[in-house]
Design a protein around this ligand. Structure first.
Ligand code: KG4
Ligand code: ZN
Length: 352
């Protein structure tokens, strides 16, 4: 049963074709160059690029998968959270493809998509597990007890880890996107050169905070002055990265210390960071829990993860989804599960 998935929540246009947990095609058209000149994602520019790229990318994904559009059985799409204009392009495209063929449609929560990247082949990870999600828009510890959703055990109180990394990269003159560039610069620096704060590690609980760290970098750079900041960019990058990794792993360690979780997974763009992957690897070894690391292409935004989440979410039958809308911000639920919430009309169709 081929499933077509579309993801356009931010600045990557993504289309994938799945057969159950097997990826037949997973294409990403990055808009990095279009946004780099502005030093960050411009929502309107993102939406306009999605408009041009989504349909050809869907065609390319189907071709790579060897699946004709008429053979697709079900369509999945990210409905939120994300940039509203960007989301609407993907949702409208998915609705049009599905409606023309009277196919069912599954709307997926982007964060549950990051969790569900772990359900894909090869070696799908079975719940329960603890998932550290760190992206440009979100940072949270997700308790994954089944395939259908996750509970939020802790989350950032201000900036997301990726947002802080991107701002630090900008301050160090690295441009956009900041994460990979900061990691490369940090590789040549000393992580112990500067003592950046490990926020929230003294307070109880599993929440994160990254805005103080960003401010600490601004002040340190002011103290050093432009010439010294320039000369010590690699040390600043390495020390900043160490503080981000330190806070993420400290909270992960605290959650594991509670003893409930025997397996850990990482998700979101920041999970592509080498030192974070290493540090989490060491922590899991120390704590005697299993670590599942999906390939980097499945950590950053992609449509295969959206298709994977859709397999466990209820689908809407035609024409119920025609009035269904995208949502820009996540519904904050401290205790309940977040899943591919499809609004009032739900559970019309079993999972694929
Ligand atoms: O999940 P994602 O692709 O998009 C969102 O949903 O936000 O995450 C993008 C974020 C950006 O902030 C980017 O700088 C960060 O992930 N990122 C990294 C690395 N690669 C991407 N951060 C640190 N190290 C990396 N190698
Ligand atoms: Zn994401």
């Amino acid at each position: 049963m081929p499933l077509l998935a579309i993801e356009t929540s931010c600045d990557d246009t993504c289309a994938a074709v799945l057969d159950g947990p097997r990826i037949l095609a997973n294409l990403i058209s990055s808009q990095t160059d279009a946004h780099a000149v502005f030093g960050g994602v411009v929502p309107e520019v993102a939406a306009r690029h999605h408009l041009e790229l989504t349909t050809p990318l869907v065609g390319a994904a189907l071709e790579e998968a060897g699946v004709a559009l008429d053979d697709v059985d079900i369509v999945a799409v990210t409905a939120g959270p994300g940039l509203i204009g960007a989301l609407l392009v993907g949702l409208s495209t998915a609705k049009a493809i599905a409606a023309a063929r009277r196919l069912p449609l599954v709307s997926v929560d982007h964060l549950q998509g990051h969790v569900a990247a772990n359900f894909l082949e090869p070696e799908p990870l079975e719940p329960p597990f603890l998932c550290l999600l760190a992206s440009g828009g979100h940072t949270l510890l997700a308790g994954v007890r089944d395939h259908f959703g996750h509970g939020v055990l802790g989350q950032t109180l201000d900036d997301a880890a990726g947002e802080a990394v991107d701002k630090a990269a900008r301050l160090l003159g690295l441009g956009y996107p900041g994460g990979p560039a900061l990691e490369r610069l940090a590789a040549g620096g000393d992580p112990a050169a500067f003592d950046f704060p490990l926020a929230m590690t003294r307070e109880p609980g599993l929440d994160f905070s990254f805005s103080g760290l960003k401010t600490a970098l601004v002040y340190r750079s002011r103290e050093l002055g432009p010439a010294e900041t320039e000369a010590r960019r690699a040390d600043l990058a390495a020390s900043f990265q160490a503080a981000v990794v330190g806070q993420l792993t400290a909270k992960l360690g605290r959650a594991l210390g509670e003893g409930e979780w025997q397996a850990v997974a990482l998700g979101g763009g920041v999970a592509a960071n080498g030192p974070l992957r290493e540090a989490v690897g060491e922590l899991c070894e120390e704590m005697g829990v299993r670590l599942k690391l999906v390939p980097i292409a499945l950590c950053t935004d992609n449509a295969a993860m959206i298709g994977s989440a859709a397999r466990f979410a209820p689908a809407l039958e035609y024409p119920d989804y025609l009035a269904y809308d995208a949502f820009p911000t996540g519904k904050k639920r401290a205790d309940g599960p977040i899943s591919g919430d499809i609004g009032p009309k739900s559970a019309h169709r079993p999972a694929v």
